[in-house]
Design a binder for this molecule. Structure first.
Ligand code: SDX
Length: 435
């Protein structure tokens, strides 16, 4: 059934008013191929038209089957499965398998997958020496980025990226070792001895063990906290072409090993506008301090004196579905840990923002980072660990997207063009002649 006015032709006709010439370019997947614009010229030796799109506000960089987001409807699906169902019915390792292989594992596949990852939780002892080289107050995300990159020197064969066995080994190693690197970074910052992985525990239970075990012979994770963190890792696992995933793909497109690409992705995630926002939310709540200061803070934000961290999103122009799940999860965690007093501040900020025209007009809603930090803090993670927790969850998404990119025959090394607005040709003056 054609919509009114449809010609039935899936093409775009462009008239260049500089020349009066018309061009017809095909429309596929609601996009036109940017290189189809190169034919549009004034002079035959012109380069031809390009598109200009800083921050890629309206540019598809790839075709993907991993994650689907509908920003207006607040929809997030991994390989077609709604995030709400995955959070309720799966573990993080099942979701990691789904993202990477495209289907949920059956019982046998899950057992093998979990066994592979569990046997790759240890890191080379030299990684500890690397960790010891950092200042006592080094930010754990800086340590995480550095040690992920360092893993590439321990597994040089990972550079054979066309070798599927090598790729699988890297999946096991990076998903298995991310929690270990994260926990070691934390233990370094506290001056506590590193805790070795305990392979009897679940993926999350072992992470909590490496983070918080003191002198007890066997660490017992609290089941509600273990489950809550597992759900949080699921919610953070992938999110289509976000900044850090774009970094993973772009750096990976040079065919560097996946450890180096994952380090670049981790570095992108570190930024306060991206994965560092969860830490920034807590700093913001500390800065506000009390409920009576909330209206003044909102006023400052509206006057452009800062941002309401944890609010807004490039894609979601409605509720971030993850934020809704996290908000429900908070109640379960606070049952165990005691209510985080900052929750009242966050709820008041949300209440005021959701009814204020400044935020409504800009379609600013709580995103995944607005409430997650409150849960992490209640679980005794220091603020600086929040982006590291984000990176643990996102590691499987980065690897799934990287794997898709290196197998995509349409992909080449990422190398954008530019609009040059600098000097024309000029001669170099001798030093004595320079002003
Ligand atoms: C994540 O991409 C992903 O998928 C990311 C992520 C993932 O899972 O990978 O979802 C994870 O990074 C979530 C976002 C975490 N970041 C924050 O919470 C930081 C605060 N939010 C923003 O800085 C901002 O909303 C972004 C970075 C998230 C999105 O920025 P955009 O799409 O580039 O929007 P913009 O900066 O152009 O803002 C549009 C307008 C501007 O106002 P005007 O210039 O039109 O007057 O909205 C305003 C902005 O000033 N605005 C905010 C705001 N976010 C945007 N104003 C106040 N507070 C905010 N948080």
């Amino acid at each position: 059934m054609l919509a009114s006015g449809d010609t039935g032709k899936s093409t775009l006709t462009i008239t260049d008013n500089r020349t009066g010439k018309s061009y017809e370019v095909p429309i596929t997947h609601e996009t036109i191929h940017a290189t189809d614009l190169r034919q549009i010229k004034v002079n035959v030796d012109d380069f031809g038209l390009m598109t200009y799109d800083p921050a890629f506000m309206n540019t598809a960089s790839c075709k993907s089957t991993v994650t689907y987001i509908d920003g207006d409807k607040g929809i997030l699906r991994y390989r077609g499965y709604p995030i709400e169902q995955l959070a309720e019915r799966c573990t993080y390792l099942e979701v990691a398998y789904l993202l990477i292989y495209g289907e949920l594992p059956n019982k046998t596949q899950l057992t093998e997958w979990a066994a592979h990852i569990t046997t790759h939780t240890f890191v080379h002892e030299n990684i500890k020496k690397l960790m010891d080289g950092f200042h006592h107050d080094a930010h754990p995300m800086g340590m995480f980025v550095s040690t992920v990159a360092a893993l590439s020197t321990f597994y040089p064969s990972a550079k054979h990226i066309a070798d599927h066995k090598e790729r699988e080994l890297t999946f096991y190693r990076l998903i298995g070792k991310a929690p270990t690197l994260a926990a070691f970074a934390y233990r370094h910052s506290t001056g506590m001895p590193f805790v070795h992985p305990d392979n009897d525990l679940s993926y999350v239970g072992n992470f909590l063990n490496m983070m918080f075990r003191i002198a007890e012979p066997k660490y017992q994770p609290h089941p509600i906290l273990e489950k809550a963190l597992d759900v949080l890792f699921i919610l953070h696992a992938d999110h289509e072409q976000n900044c850090s995933t774009s970094a993973m793909r772009s750096v990976g497109s040079s065919h560097v090993d996946p450890y180096s690409a994952a380090a670049a992705a981790s570095a992108a995630l570190y930024g306060p506008l991206h994965g560092g926002a969860n830490e920034a939310v807590l700093h913001m709540l500390d800065e506000i301090g009390s409920l009576d200061k909330v209206p003044g803070f909102i006023r400052d934000v509206k006057e452009g004196k800062g941002r309401l961290m944890g609010f807004g999103h490039r894609v979601y122009k409605n509720f971030d579905p993850r934020a809704s799940i996290i908000k429900r999860l908070a109640d379960q965690v606070f049952e165990v840990t005691g209510r985080n007093p900052k929750l009242d501040l966050a709820l008041e900020l949300e209440r005021i923002a959701l009814q204020d025209d400044y935020f409504i007009k800009r379609k600013l809603y709580p995103n995944v980072d607005f409430y997650s930090g409150l849960i992490y803090q209640a679980m005794k993670f220091p603020d600086q660990m929040f982006p590291v927790l984000f990176a643990i969850g996102r590691m499987s998404g980065w690897l799934a997207q990287w794997s898709e990119m290196v197998s995509d025959t349409e992909q080449k090394i990422a190398r954008p063009r530019q609009i040059y607005l600098g000097y024309g040709k000029r001669d170099v003056p001798m030093l004595s002649q320079r002003q």
